[in-house]
Write a protein that binds this ligand. Sequence first.
Ligand code: GLU
Length: 420
Amino acid sequence: MEEQEKQPEQTDVLASTQKIIKKALDKLGYPDEMYELMKEPIRMLTVRIPVRMDDGSTRIFTGFRAQHNDAVGPTKGGVRFHPNVTEKEVKALSIWMSLKAGIVDLPYGGGKGGIICDPREMSFRELERVSRGYVRAISQIVGPTKDIPAPDIFTNSQIMAWMLDEYSRIREFDSPGFITGKPLVLGGSHGRESATAKGVTICIREAAKKKGIEIDGARVVIQGFGNAGSFLAKFMYDAGAIVIGISDAYGALHDPEGLDIDYLLDRRDSFGTVTKLFKKTISNEELLELDCDILVPAAIENQITEKNAHEIKASIVVEAANGPTTMEATRILTERDVLLVPDVLASAGGVTVSYFEWVQNNQGYYWTVEEVEGKLEAVMVDSFDNIYKLSRTRKVDMRLAAYMIGVRKMAEASRFRGWV
Ligand code: GLU
């Protein structure tokens, strides 16, 4: 906690999100009470999870589940496993999920979970035990009509499967709609694994049209080689773009002629690590400043800040990660006429297909990959257009426009319910 309180405001993701929410609600003409309701999650659970480790010792892990606002419907959002997870971060992430749901018009509010742990240093069985322990600890506040978890950083379909199994055992009935991002055989949806990257790809294409840039031949830099970054590199590469830089948590690779993405995908491990195999690497900081047309931060928070925003060469920045750009950096990039597609729009493809998965689970009838991708395409194009237009007509940056659209439905629903 002390650590969190010392955090400078610039990189305090919760404080900056609250500021933008306030601005968005002011622009839309809502009273202060609405901001008071929305500045924090309505529910925040902290749990301690005892886990028997493979060596016989017991470790107690701390986990969180935040539910931001359930006026529109059940809350929804991923669970991340990461050593840097904090309560504040999970709160901010739950608010961002509410905004994403508002932007792509899903019948959900936002939720988010996290466990402070490092899965890179844990065995398969230890991961299973922590996943099951987490579900036991939060089982009372989650469920297919309450709060629906999903994957996030360092969690995947196997972890969703364990969590589903634990939940079904506790409830004593099969409940595939409890969680999304499941393996196909357990009620997962076609297209879910690549959905975030598909959504980002659509945003890149739409942004490129606005800037008069051809994707074929465009130079792209992607920070992060996890779920979003790796699929995105492949989609860009296949579309004829030249991916000149990629990175993971340990460093970055750069080749002005274009990297061999198929080879890198083949060599990456399940945590998205690949740079350790190479002698000649550059730093993540250097990667962000490379000369390119399109930059995609697809890793973690606070990567583009007031320190490096002036050095960004790309004319389009599309945020596949949650919270990669600070408020001050957003201002600098917008002033420099860089087209910034904010996280709450760009990364909303994941939760959109999660919603499709939940709908398929509820109806017990499953769609083809073409159906899923066709619906995702329509949703993303519409959402991009709405935000782009609003940012032009109201003369606000893309992030504020996205927040204005993102909070609107939730604010209306809270009002109809008589909360504010
Ligand atoms: N964790 C992803 C996100 O941040 C997906 C959430 C979901 O599918 O519910 O958007």
